[in-house]
Design a binder for this molecule. Sequence first.
Ligand code: KIV
Length: 290
Amino acid sequence: MSTTYTLDTSTSRANPTPAPMKRLTVPAIQRRKAGGVTDMPVVMLTAYTARMAQLLDPHCDMLLVGDSLGQVIYGLPSTVPVTLEMMAAHGAAVVRGSYHSIVVIDMPFGSYEASPEQAFASAARLLKETGAAAVKLEGGAAMAPTVRFLTERGIPVVGHVGLTPQAINILGSYAARGRSDAEADKIVSDAVALDKAGAFAIVVEGVVEPIAIAVTEAVAAMVIGIGASAQCDGQVLVTEDMLGLFERTARFVKKYENLAGVIETAVKSYSAEVTARSFPSADQTYAPKD
Ligand code: KIV
């Protein structure tokens, strides 16, 4: 049965029917990995808007308000220009549109790297203004003291290693990482450092498969793969990529739909009907009372 929503005008909240499951918690996600084995992989997708969150929520464990919204929503050239204000606005929309999934918000570039104190101020603002449960930040061992600082102060953190898009100006491209032994070792040791610092999950992006497997085996945190391996503890994709909204995507994206084609067909029909004055028809126009 599909979910329908009724707007409660007193709270501005859209209440779903059937009633959703209770919202998942970070400890419940952590309990899925016991003795290095994860029985139930974590299902995660990005969401930036309330309506998309409503559609994804019943089928996901975690919704990521990714800073990929810079490119996907705002047409920016990278995630570097994304601001804390953008993340807070979209994060609040996703929390309003979801009931079951843990909402994780990306800390944008420049909002956390300077010091653990800067990271705490930014993360606390995101959680207060949105109602989300956790933040995600990019970087390895260098970020471990920040991850510890946040988790010890009540903020659950998701790490992000491998291909880290906020570092595009250092990396030079979005190619897969870990092709040399030194880089492979660094990715694994970065993940271990984040794990020891208390990250409850770690996104591993764009790495050759053996590294993803090594990271998954090396840490207690849930390892969420993207362009990584089916052996990870869960998977994440950018929703608009997997729905086929963009012609060009990374090799690791599986397109489960061709939304660009669906939209083009619909808009072509609309354009033809407007031109032919066959829209609106009697069904879509108001007749005067007799
Ligand atoms: O910003 C984002 O959407 C992400 C995912 C690709 C993991 O970080």
